[in-house]
Design a protein around this ligand. Structure first.
Ligand code: TYM
Length: 334
């Protein structure tokens, strides 16, 4: 972060500490965060403010935050290269979110599919935060003048809204915010449930076999892949209607870098059993170092604290500049 003068592009992204991090989070977003660290100025946040849109049990929430911080470091985020801070420790996020709420339309927020999904799922707690969540997400991104935002496909709609809010604000007041581009991977942008491959893989799935987490043991990962739902054709090929196999091919491709054609060739004449074993083994090997590093970080809370305190402070200073500018443009008195 020190080399601002190099004019490296700025990357921003965030993840919610709402439970164990999944293979979907990893392949859709975090793997790219890691890969982007050398080329760009990377700023990442643990989006803990977002998480309370769904009710959290305090002790468990506290534990999830620390676990998620350790997991992201374990995935390969290097605190020396990238800023990795806690959203709730940096006061500008809630402040800019309020301002942006006043530049975001009710109709726009009503169209967000995540709001529709989550309000159906938590019908007893359709709170205002759940509704205005995209304005907070826009604030996260716009505070850092981010050029690129690496996310999975499910966040694309929120990114489009962020761009609209930024353009609207800039249209009124001049160039205050950089209009960010989404960065969505070709493979892994939408990892599906292993039990119902028409649904997104999600940590909140009731069926434990549907979702692989970064903390699953190798045996558990193998078991989940062996039980993955497929079809009756018994041919490894990517095609419409073969959601289960398409998903396994996507995961295998995202982990190994092989193209679909190469995978089809390699598994020509082989059954689904062999293919599921290969996918499981590739994922086990990909996640093995992550689990090992996690054990090291989680045992060293003071190191993690040192990392986020440093990052929080830099993020606060950096983002304050954007907040001050936006407030001045609106007409607030300093
Ligand atoms: P969250 O915490 O739900 O997910 C974190 C990242 O993981 C991606 N992802 C997936 N990718 C592929 N397949 C899946 N099954 C899958 N599930 C999740 C998500 O697309 C995301 O990139 N609102 C965000 C967090 C956030 C944020 C931000 C992101 C807050 N502020 C600013 C970017 C920029 C969220 O809830 O992600």
């Amino acid at each position: 972060m020190e080399q601002q003068t190099e004019k490296k592009k700025i990357v921003f992204s965030a993840i919610q500490p709402s439970g164990t991090i999944t293979l979907g989070n990893y392949l859709g977003a975090v793997k790219n965060w890691v890969a982007m660290q050398d080329e760009f100025n990377c700023i990442y946040a643990l989006a803990d403010l977002h998480t309370i849109t769904v009710r959290q049990e305090p002790a468990q929430f506290r534990k999830n935050i620390i676990d998620a911080y350790a997991s992201i470091l374990a995935c390969g985020i290097d605190a020396e290269k990238s800023l990795f801070f806690m959203q709730s420790h940096v006061t500008t996020h809630a402040q800019l979110a309020w301002l942006l709420n006043c530049y975001t339309q009710f109709g726009e927020l009503s169209r967000m599919t995540q709001f529709k999904d989550k309000s159906a799922k938590h019908a007893d707690n359709v709170n205002a935060g759940l509704f205005t969540y995209p304005a907070l997400m826009a604030a996260d991104i716009l505070l850092y003048q981010a050029d690129m935002v690496p996310v999975g496909a499910d966040q694309k709609q929120h990114l489009e809204l962020t761009r609209n809010i930024a353009e609207r604000f800039n249209g009124l007041y001049g160039n205050v915010f950089k209009v960010p581009e989404p960065y969505i991977p070709k493979n892994g942008a939408r990892v599906m449930s292993l039990q119902d491959p028409t649904k997104k893989m999600s940590k909140s799935d009731e069926n434990v076999n549907a979702c692989v987490t970064l903390m699953d043991s190798p045996e558990t990962i193998m078991k989940k892949f062996k039980r993955a739902v497929t079809d009756s054709e018994a041919k490894v090929r990517y095609a419409e209607g073969k959601d289960g196999i398409n998903n396994l091919m996507t995961i295998y491709s995202a982990v190994t870098g092989l193209t679909f054609e190469q995978i089809e060739k390699d598994f020509d004449g082989k059954g689904y059993g062999d293919f599921k074993t290969a996918v499981g083994e590739a994922v086990v090997e990909e996640l093995r170092p992550v689990r090992e590093r996690y054990d090291k970080y989680i045992a060293d809370k003071s190191y993690m604290q040192e990392c986020y305190r440093k990052a929080d402070e830099i993020a606060q200073k950096f983002s304050q500049r954007t907040l001050d500018k936006a407030m001045k443009k609106i007409g607030f008195v300093k």
